[in-house]
Design a protein around this ligand. Structure first.
Ligand SMILES: Cc1ncc(COP(=O)(O)O)c(C=O)c1O
Length: 377
């Protein structure tokens, strides 16, 4: 049963443990039936209070920066994979002290750091770009022409550099298994000889395995097939799929205004600061008890609390017109939210809570003025 969100503070991100467990069960099936490892991409979801639950099923994490690698080491355990666009000289010793696998985004970075990996049980890889685009939104498309993410196949030729054991590609974003199938076909055409030499192949993230309708059987078949034909270990590193539809952002209507026929609910959250993907993608979030207006129907626009003119998303028709003080519940606000939020305009950061599987509610973090101030000097 859904929790009574009036019992949570507002604003508050609330993770629903039961839903996370359901996602993990599906990801476990993928691991068991395909033989692939599934690891959590921290860039998408890093609520470390949930790590003990996730760790029961997923054997590790992938980090895209030193801080993520440290968090993986300290709070998750297991394998820590690193895949960052750049590694910094001053950080690299500490970084390598945290990881089991490290993927380089360029041959020059590999050349720079290859002397630091031997003898410490770290397996190194190169990120390749199969030069195949499946993602329509350019901001999220690593396969765009001239992309800075991943070495192009012709740079590598048909031999892996000495010391490199793995291959990594990441080209998908919220995609189905059919997109992976097309990507693998292109990868095999352009990098077949390299695949034969690799010990492991990391297929990146962007596999929205837990979305309703995702073809899990096709994914399992594709992985089994690649593992058998190339004798490689396969790794998937989704972020969004782990936390997909596992929680909400609870907000409150603070004011209602009407200007030239546009009715706006002013909220104690911001799209820019707390739900940035709504503006970046852009997309219109789902709201509990509300729907899109039809025809000439007049709805309520939702307005964020910063001064950014465009800190709003489209219009909604509610089952009951929301009154001042009423809660607004934004669905699916666990992935790419808490990891991306800002305190732009000095707005307070939403608290973070967990609805436990037994129905109880734990408030795990609240934020204060000091959190804002301490970032600035
Ligand atoms: C290299 C890499 N791996 C994994 C991911 C996780 O992707 P997603 O959260 O879409 O599954 C990303 C996302 O940008 C990425 O860049």
């Amino acid at each position: 049963m859904s929790m009574d969100y009036t019992t949570a503070p507002s604003p508050c991100f609330v993770l629903d443990e039961k839903r996370l467990i359901a996602n993990l069960e599906l990801l476990n099936r993928v691991q068991e039936e395909s033989g692939a490892k599934v690891i959590l991409a921290l860039k998408g979801f890093a609520l470390f209070h949930a790590f003990p639950l996730i760790r029961k099923v997923l054997p590790g994490c992938t980090a895209s920066s030193l801080y993520e690698a440290r968090l993986a080491c300290e709070a998750f355990g297991g394998e820590v994979h690193a895949c960052a666009p750049i590694y910094l000289k001053d950080e690299m010793e500490e970084f390598l002290g945290c990881v089991s696998h490290v993927t380089f985004n360029s041959l020059s970075q590999w050349e720079q750091f290859k002397g630091q990996t031997p003898g410490r049980g770290i397996s190194a890889a190169i990120r390749i770009n199969p030069e195949h685009a499946e993602v329509q939104t350019e901001l999220y498309n690593p396969g765009r022409p001239g992309s800075r993410l991943g070495v192009s196949p012709d740079e590598l030729g048909d031999r892996l550099p000495e010391g490199i054991e793995g291959l990594h590609f990441h080209t998908l974003c919220e995609c189905g298994a059919d997109a992976l199938e097309r990507t693998l076909a292109k990868l095999e055409r352009s990098c077949g000889p390299l695949l034969k030499q690799a010990k492991w192949l990391n297929m990146g993230g962007g596999h929205l395995i837990t979305r309703e309708g995702y073809d899990v059987s096709l994914l399992i078949r594709l992985i089994q097939d690649i593992r058998e034909r190339y004798d490689v270990e396969v790794i998937l590193e989704p972020g969004a799929a782990v936390a997909w539809r596992t929680g909400v952002l609870v907000a409150t209507v603070i004011d209602r205004i009407e200007r030239r026929g546009v009715r706006t609910l002013m909220l104690d959250v911001s799209f820019s600061a707390h739900m940035p993907d709504c503006l970046e993608m852009p997309y219109k979030p789902e709201i509990r008890g509300a729907r899109d207006p039809q025809g000439n129907e007049i709805g309520w626009r939702l307005g964020g609390m910063t001064c950014l003119a465009g800190d709003d998303v489209g219009d909604y028709v509610f089952e009951v017109d929301p009154a001042i003080g009423q809660r607004i519940v934004f669905e699916d606000m666990m992935h790419y939210t808490m990891v991306k939020t800002t305190m732009f305009n000095g707005v307070p950061h939403p608290a973070i809570g967990i609805q436990r599987a037994d129905g109880s509610f734990d408030l795990v973090r609240t934020f204060a003025y000091e959190d804002y101030r301490n970032r600035l000097g």
